[in-house]
Design a protein around this ligand. Structure first.
Ligand SMILES: [Zn+2]
Length: 264
């Protein structure tokens, strides 16, 4: 214990699962260290000082003892428990979605302070706004942006040409909209109405008050939802593949490091 390094950071509880008799492993998204997995020792005992502060989605200040594999939570204090999320299943569902998306799309120990701030702001909105689903959708678009997957919505992503309002398509694989001549046939690109494109651009601009005030009919709402969910799914899958790939490379690198000879 004497050699362990103590650090303090703000964080949000994304996930937790039980470990052994009384411990729990908690996945945190922190302001200083990105995603971190840490052990909360004895947290399931009624006498634990940590208990109650580590509920899902709680915004906390934690003290971590950095470990080789897992950190250990030594102190925790609640900054906000976002009560609205605890009293309403619809809100809680959107908070789950936001937490899971962030967990799937991020690697451990990759700091992203802007993404952390977006997470806290989003949970606050999901807990209190009239339309928590809007806050979750704005999170989808803004998080993609902060993770380097900003979709091109202004001109054709392949030829950079201008778009004709009545023949636009969205292609998740290309990462944006396609003009009529670049649009492939088949299921790889879906038609996108000019209105849905406008809504997506507003999400990308990121102004919550504007997004929150939008009045969308059922068809338009479901079109926007569908395009976003296709794209998020596509990015999450490729992100997951690249995380797995990098992890495999690292393992292989460790295994073969002694055999590697510089080229030439
Ligand atoms: Zn084009």
């Amino acid at each position: 214990m004497a050699s362990s390094h103590l650090v303090r950071t703000e964080a949000v509880v994304l996930r937790r699962h039980d470990l052994g008799e009384a411990d729990r492993i908690v996945t945190l998204y922190s302001g200083h260290y990105g995603k971190v997995r840490a052990v909360a020792k004895g947290v399931r005992r009624p006498t634990s000082k940590l208990g109650g502060h580590l509920e899902l989605f709680t915004h906390v200040q934690v003290m971590l003892a950095r470990g080789r594999n897992l950190d250990v939570i030594t102190q925790v204090e609640t900054l906000s428990s976002f009560l609205g999320l605890r009293e309403d299943l619809w809100r809680a569902g959107h908070a789950y979605y936001v937490a899971e998306l962030l967990d799937r799309m991020t690697e451990e120990h990759a700091e992203n302070a802007a993404l952390y701030r977006l997470l806290v702001t989003t949970l606050q909105r999901v807990a209190t706004a009239q339309r928590p689903e809007r806050a979750a959708q704005l999170f989808e678009v803004q998080a993609l942006d902060l993770l380097g997957y900003r979709p091109e919505l202004r001109r054709c992503v392949r030829c950079r040409g201008a778009l004709q309002p009545d023949s636009i398509a969205f292609s998740a694989g290309d990462g944006g909209v396609l003009c009529e001549s670049c649009r492939p046939s088949g299921p790889l690109a879906r038609a996108l109405s000019a209105n849905a494109l406008k809504v997506l651009r507003l999400y990308q601009d990121g102004d919550w008050e504007t997004v929150n005030r939008l009045r969308l009919g059922d068809d338009l709402r479901s079109e926007v939802e569908q395009v976003l969910s296709d794209y998020v799914q596509y990015v999450a899958e490729s992100q997951l593949k690249s995380i797995t790939f990098v992890a495999a490379l690292r393992r292989q690198g460790l295994a073969t490091a002694s055999q590697v000879r510089p080229a030439g």
